[in-house]
Design a protein around this ligand. Structure first.
Ligand SMILES: Cc1ncc(COP(=O)(O)O)c(C=O)c1O
Length: 473
C-alpha cells in the first residue's frame, strides 16, 4: 500500500485528509501526560478495555494524599469531615460533568459499571407480569439482570441487532416496547455504544421507551470515554459507568447515575453499614437512608473517590469534543485502510463486525483476518503476534455474547444444547462445539482508540495487519 511507504508520508496525507485532527495539541498532551507509552514502546489499542491515566492525575492525587490526614467519612471528627467533603465534592462534580441537574439525578458510587448494573438489577421491583427488555448487543453485566427478573417471575425479551452493521432492528424493538402491560414495571436496557462493534445506538430510544411507560437503563461504560453524554438533553432513568474506562485511574470506582424519581421505586434487598439510619437486632427492623446513601454499602472508596474528580477535570480540560474528533478521524482512517487490504487474488483480508463507516459509531473496531482461500486466521494467533511487537489489542467475545452470536450467525438452536447440563461446559469445549456451527468465527480481534491515540498507533496496526496479506492461515 503506497500510503504505508513511510510513517511521515502517511501522516502528511492523513493531516491533509483530516484537517479537523488537531495533531499539535495531541502531541503536546501525549508528551506531557502519556509519555510512558512512547518511552516503553507501547502501541495501546484497548481503550474500550481500559482508559489510560495522565501523569498529572497521579501527581494531583498523590499530592492530596501526602498533604492531608484522611479518616473514614460520616463522622464529625476533622479527618472524617474532610473526607466527607471531598467525596461530596466529587459526587457533585460527576453530575456537573454530565450536565445532570442535582434536582433530577444523584450519583451512587459503585465498584464499577457492573456494580451499578447489579444495584439496578437486584433492586428493581420485578414481579410476575413485569418486563425486562434488552438488546442482544449488551455487556454480560446487563445480560445478568435477566436472572434477577427471572427469579422474581418477570419476563425478559431480547431485541435483535442486524448484521453486518449490528444496529438495532428498529421494528422488532418497537414491537417489544409496545407491549402493553399497564400497571406493571417495565425496564429497558441498552448500551449507548457497543463494546463489541462500536455501534452507537440512538439515544432517542430513551425518550421513546419512556413515553411507552418504560424505565430506561443506559449503559454508558463504552460511550463516555470519548463522547459527550449530556444528561440535560437525555434523561435515562439509570446510567452505568466505570471511571477507569474514561481516565484510567483509579480503578475500582464506577457509578450509577440515577434519576431520583425512579430510584424511589427501587427496593434494596438488604441493608448494610452506611445504608441505614437505624437498625435493630431485637426490634428486627431498619430504616434505609435517603437518596444515594441507601445504595452505597459499607465504607465508600474514600481515598480514590477524590481522584475521580481529578480524572474528570482532566478530561474536561483536554475537552471531550476534541477527544471525540481525534478518535473518529483515526477510526475513519483505520477502517478505510483496512477495507483496502486485499490479497493478490483480490480476496479482502479483513471482515468487519459493525459499520464500515463512521456514522453513529465510536472508536471500537472489531474484525477478523482471512487468508487468500477465505480461511480464518485464529484470533488467538493474531493476538499472540501482536503481543510480540508490543501492540495491546483484545480478542475473543468481549463479554458481549449476544452481539457475537448475531455477528457470527449463531441461532438459538445452535446454542440450545450447551446450557442447562449437569456437567459444566468449559470455554474450550464451547469454542469447539460452536466452530462447526458459526458462519465464520467464534470470536474476533478488537482495536479501540481513546484519549492518547495518535496516528502512529493506527499506522503501526495497519503495518501489522498487512503482514497477514498473502499468507496461509
Ligand atoms: C459496554 C460495557 N458495559 C459494562 C462494562 C462492565 O464494566 P466493568 O467491568 O468495569 O464493570 C463494560 C466493560 O468492558 C462495557 O464495555
Amino acid at each position: 500500500m503506497d500510503t504505508l511507504n513511510t510513517l511521515e508520508k502517511a501522516f502528511a496525507q492523513f493531516q491533509h485528509d483530516y484537517p479537523s485532527f488537531d495533531a499539535e495539541a495531541l502531541q503536546e498532551l501525549r508528551a506531557r501526560e502519556y509519555s510512558r507509552l512512547d518511552a516503553l514502546g507501547h502501541i495501546y489499542l484497548d481503550y474500550t478495555g481500559g482508559g489510560l491515566y495522565a501523569q498529572s492525575q497521579l501527581d494531583a492525587h498523590m499530592q492530596m494524599l501526602r498533604g492531608g490526614v484522611y479518616g473514614n467519612p460520616h463522622s464529625s471528627n476533622p479527618t472524617s469531615l474532610v473526607v466527607t467533603e471531598l467525596a461530596e465534592h466529587a459526587r457533585a462534580y460527576v453530575l456537573d460533568y454530565f450536565h445532570a441537574s442535582p434536582d433530577e439525578y444523584t450519583v451512587i458510587f459503585t465498584q464499577n459499571a457492573s456494580g451499578a448494573l447489579k444495584l439496578v438489577g437486584e433492586s428493581y421491583p420485578f414481579g410476575p407480569g413485569d418486563l425486562y427488555v434488552l438488546t442482544f448487543d449488551n455487556h454480560n453485566s446487563v445480560n445478568g439482570i435477566r436472572e434477577f427478573a427471572r427469579a422474581k417471575g418477570a419476563t425478559f425479551a431480547y431485541a435483535p441487532v442486524k448484521p453486518p452493521e449490528l444496529r438495532i432492528d428498529e421494528a422488532r424493538l418497537e414491537a417489544l416496547l409496545d407491549q402493553n402491560h399497564t400497571g406493571h414495571h417495565k425496564l429497558f436496557a441498552y448500551p449507548a455504544q457497543s463494546n463489541f462493534s462500536g455501534v452507537q445506538h440512538s439515544l432517542e430510544w430513551i425518550g421513546r421507551a419512556q413515553a411507552k411507560g418504560w424505565d430506561v437503563l443506559l449503559d454508558a461504560a463504552a460511550f463516555a470515554p470519548s463522547n459527550r453524554l449530556d444528561l440535560s438533553q437525555w434523561h435515562p432513568d439509570f446510567v452505568s459507568l466505570s471511571f477507569y474506562k474514561i481516565f484510567g485511574y483509579p480503578t475500582g470506582v464506577g457509578c450509577l447515575i440515577g434519576r431520583r424519581a425512579t430510584l424511589n421505586k427501587l427496593h434494596r434487598p438488604w441493608f448494610a453499614g452506611g445504608t441505614i439510619t437505624i437498625a435493630s437486632v431485637q426490634g428486627d427492623g431498619y430504616y434505609l437512608r435517603e437518596g444515594e446513601a441507601a445504595f452505597e454499602d459499607g465504607t465508600i472508596d474514600y481515598l480514590n473517590i477524590p481522584a475521580v474528580e481529578i480524572g474528570l477535570r482532566h478530561i474536561a480540560a483536554v475537552g471531550i469534543e476534541p477527544i471525540h474528533i481525534r478518535v473518529m478521524c483515526l477510526t475513519d482512517w483505520l477502517i478505510k485502510h483496512l477495507l483496502d487490504l486485499h490479497h493478490n487474488n483480490g480476496i479482502p483480508l479483513v471482515h468487519f463486525y459493525g459499520p464500515t463507516n463512521t456514522i453513529n459509531r465510536g472508536g471500537t473496531v472489531t474484525i477478523n483476518f482471512f487468508d487468500p482461500s477465505g480461511k480464518l486466521f485464529d484470533y488467538r494467533e493474531v493476538e499472540s503476534e501482536a503481543n510480540q511487537i508490543n501492540i495491546s489489542l483484545r480478542t475473543g467475545c468481549f463479554c458481549n455474547p449476544g452481539a457475537g452470536e448475531q455477528a457470527h450467525g449463531l441461532t438459538r438452536e445452535d446454542l440450545a444444547d450447551c446450557f442447562g447440563k449437569e456437567e459444566r461446559m468449559t470455554f474450550e469445549d464451547f469454542i469447539q462445539a460452536m466452530s462447526g456451527r458459526v458462519k465464520d468465527a467464534v470470536g474476533a480481534v478488537r482495536v479501540s482508540l481513546g484519549i492518547a491515540s495518535q496516528f502512529s498507533d493506527v499506522y503501526r496496526f495497519m503495518q501489522f495487519a498487512s503482514t497477514f496479506l498473502d499468507r496461509k492461515a
